[in-house]
Design a protein around this ligand. Sequence first.
Ligand code: SAM
Length: 226
Amino acid sequence: MITIVIAEAALETVPPELLSHPSVKKLAERKGKLPEETLLDISYHYAAMKDLRDWDRRGRPDITYITLLNLLERPLNKEGLLKVYVHTIGNFVIDISPEINLPKNYSRFLGLVEQLFQTGNVPPRGKPLMVLKKGRLEDVVKNVGHTKVVFLTEKGKAAKSSYFRGLVDGGGSPMFVIGGFQRGEFSRDNLSLADDKVSVYSKPLDAWIVASMVAHEVERALKIIQ
Ligand SMILES: C[S@@+](CC[C@H](N)C(=O)[O-])C[C@H]1O[C@@H](n2cnc3c(N)ncnc32)[C@H](O)[C@@H]1O
């Protein structure tokens, strides 16, 4: 089994200090929700977010959405060999069922995640497809079985295909950690969880491109694809 964690993801509900900002109230009204039931989104809340700590690493639910779409539709998941978690900047962990059929419509995805932050489960009854719990990245590393923790970062050592083959040869079950944020590096505490730090290209790439590249390397290493 291969685990991929989208970490420090820029996915959170609107923080208390922004709840009364006009841009937040306006979007909430349009959605027919209370401001605290809506997700922070820099496309709509830029004016409100300017003074927020780490504003340029927050309010990008689209990064998690596109990365999940890219991962869950891959052969690796169809073969039952992939498990994905999302760890958020506010220290929540979302357990994603490999069986989830993510909506292809972004607004519907936002609606599901807003429901998830309210209820902790999506769907609220029956077999859960997404479960949200308070937790740190360290908890995921501690509680999910793996043979090695590999952080993906443009500052890591360049990894060739042979590196990925080495990780899965003999039944290895690596855990890959990819940043779900738009700027900067993982926190120092989180980076200290890494056994290896590797890059797949010399310049920064979007998280979903890196996720696809990693999954592709693993699929080839496991001979799922040629
Ligand atoms: C958009 S990047 C984060 C911001 C990026 N560090 C920057 O300052 O522009 C999202 C994530 O993709 C992964 N990533 C981006 N470029 C990479 C590369 N060249 N090699 C390996 N991982 C990369 C890292 O996990 C990173 O946290």
